[in-house]
Design a protein around this ligand. Structure first.
Ligand code: UDP
Length: 240
């Protein structure tokens, strides 16, 4: 039997790259289907789930600007990329069966999805719908990590999760330094001071200042999300 949920409401940040799987670009249907199953496992035990998805698998404003494009236009393209990813996730989640999903965008794109309206967002979550927040913060020069921190605080999530391909935060890059050690727990102040490559500093400061706890974990491990929301602290790195 599955343990009861340790958190009532979570916000899960998925990078765009997380959706690529083995591809160099775009969205892997296998990965979105896998993520939808992982989400189903936690929805089934009554956890309310909000997602923030990135767009780096399609466009990043910074990269486009480096190639000569106006930065604001590049960021707008990046934000639209997150809407594409959000629609793919909405589709994958509903295809599992037994779950409803809604996309809310920070920029108006009404024929495609809802606008972000906090009170409506809260209502969707209370009704058990999986909510996918798209278009980041709606502003250029920000990241979807910052959007995740912002939305987590706004919807009063009990835990924010950052899904990555490594099983937590390390003292150094484990791919480059074999002596690198994984932190079980770290404070935002330490992560900020040591510039640990977790999230951008804006996102971390927002989480720190509003007491938002975070867990960084390896999303590719089946069952990891369920273990974390049922209180297993041996997985990933906690930041608080
Ligand atoms: N972006 C933005 N404002 C935001 C969030 C995102 O302008 O509030 C743009 C920015 O260009 C960014 C792109 O959208 O590069 C994709 O987001 P991000 O790089 O955070 O995606 P991830 O790395 O998570 O895939």
């Amino acid at each position: 039997m599955t343990a009861p949920a340790a958190y009532q409401r979570i916000l899960l940040k998925l990078s765009g790259e997380a959706l690529m799987g083995d591809q160099d670009f775009g969205i892997s249907p296998e990965v979105t289907a896998f993520l939808a199953q992982e989400i189903k496992a936690v929805v089934d035990i009554g956890v309310q789930v909000a997602l923030v998805v990135g767009g780096g698998n399609i466009f990043r404003g910074e990269g486009l600007a480096r190639a000569g494009m106006d930065r604001v236009t590049g960021d707008q393209m990046g934000m639209l990329a997150t809407v594409i990813n959000a629609l793919a996730l909405q589709d994958a989640i509903e295809r599992v069966g037994g779950m409803q999903a809604r996309v809310q965008s920070a920029i108006r794109i009404n024929e495609v999805c809802e606008d972000f309206i906090r009170r409506k967002a809260m209502r969707h979550l209370e009704k058990g719908r999986v909510l996918v927040f798209a278009a980041g913060t709606g502003n250029p020069f920000f990241t979807t990590d910052s959007a995740a921190a912002l939305r987590a605080v706004e919807v009063e999530a009990d835990l924010m999760l950052k899904a990555t391909k490594v099983d937590g935060i390390y003292t150094a890059d484990p791919k480059k330094d074999p002596t690198a050690k994984r932190y079980e727990e770290v404070t935002y102040d330490e992560a900020l001071a040591k510039r640990l490559g977790v999230m951008d500093q804006t996102a971390m400061v927002l989480c720190r200042d509003h007491g938002m706890k975070m867990c960084v974990y390896d999303m590719t491990v089946p069952g990891a999300l369920l273990k974390i929301v049922t209180g297993d602290t041996a997985i990933g790195t906690r930041v608080n």
